[in-house]
Design a protein around this ligand. Sequence first.
Ligand code: DAH
Length: 337
Amino acid sequence: MMTDKIAEIRSRIESAARSIASSDDLERFRLEFLSRKGLIAALYDDLRTVAAEQKPAAGQAINQVKRLAEGTVESLTARFSQEKRSAGPSIDRTLPGRMVRRGTRHPITQTIEQMKAIFVSMGFGIEYGPEIEDDYHNFEALNFAPNHPARDMQDTFFIADDVVLRTHTTPVQVRLLERRTPPIRVIMPGRVYRNEAISARSNYFFHQVDGVYVDRHVTFAELKGTLITFARSFYGSGIKYRFRPSYFPFTEPSLEMDITCFLCSGKGCRICKHTGWLEVLGAGMVHPNVLRKSGHDPEQVSGFAFGMGVDRISLLRYGVDDIRTFFENDVRFLNQF
Ligand code: DAH
């Protein structure tokens, strides 16, 4: 009787073991046969009813069945945990995904890109020059006489006696004229440096876009036409403009261009100091001394040049009230553009 029961449990173990396909199945198997209330524990209970002389044999038979069940649990536990490891870390598909942060172009870069696009459409190329410049290109070749007070127009950071952080992008013009033959028609964007007190309105570095056109018979009328075309395209076709005579050592004659304040449409506000006008650039006909120093004959060629600041204009166009925020690189600020 007992022998039959043991044999029956053994065959149930064997067939149950064959159908274990997961660690859940294995746990059910363990509970069914090996737990304290399982079938094998029940066999040990039944042992009490067995006649004394058959007890040792029956006990051994139950031990064997128990080892069979335990062996099954051991080997399958090992197999399942290995399969789990080789499947890699478990993935929780319900977790929210990681946001991919999208960058934006810096507002100063955006302004420069817009300026570039307009001048490129008018046939200008784009050139860059060094930010560490020699005194010759930054001043002398641009007709600033040595010790001439005009140098005081720009507070210069000196690196050595003859080496400066460029105070404007105009020296790139000289470098270009030195190595090219006309026609030359390029704009020159870049960063410039001046030793100025830092405030909401001014910084010790900022950005400019210079332009130059040198060829035979370049006229003042072409300068005005180019500037007006640029201003209408960049500030809007509805703006009004005016030219005022001015002075730069490297141009003669020189002018400054104002446009109607785009914040108050010329009615007068705090930004335009209640004049209704904003000064947006300086320009003029390239001075004969500048042409001569860079290897061109002012009797043969003429040219015009212009230069404008980028930062203040960006400030006004984007309604930013402190120029320093452009360079703090706080993504919460930069992401708004
Ligand atoms: N370099 C001048 C400045 O920094 C701006 C400028 C004026 C550039 C007239 C020019 C120019 O090329 O023709 O204030």
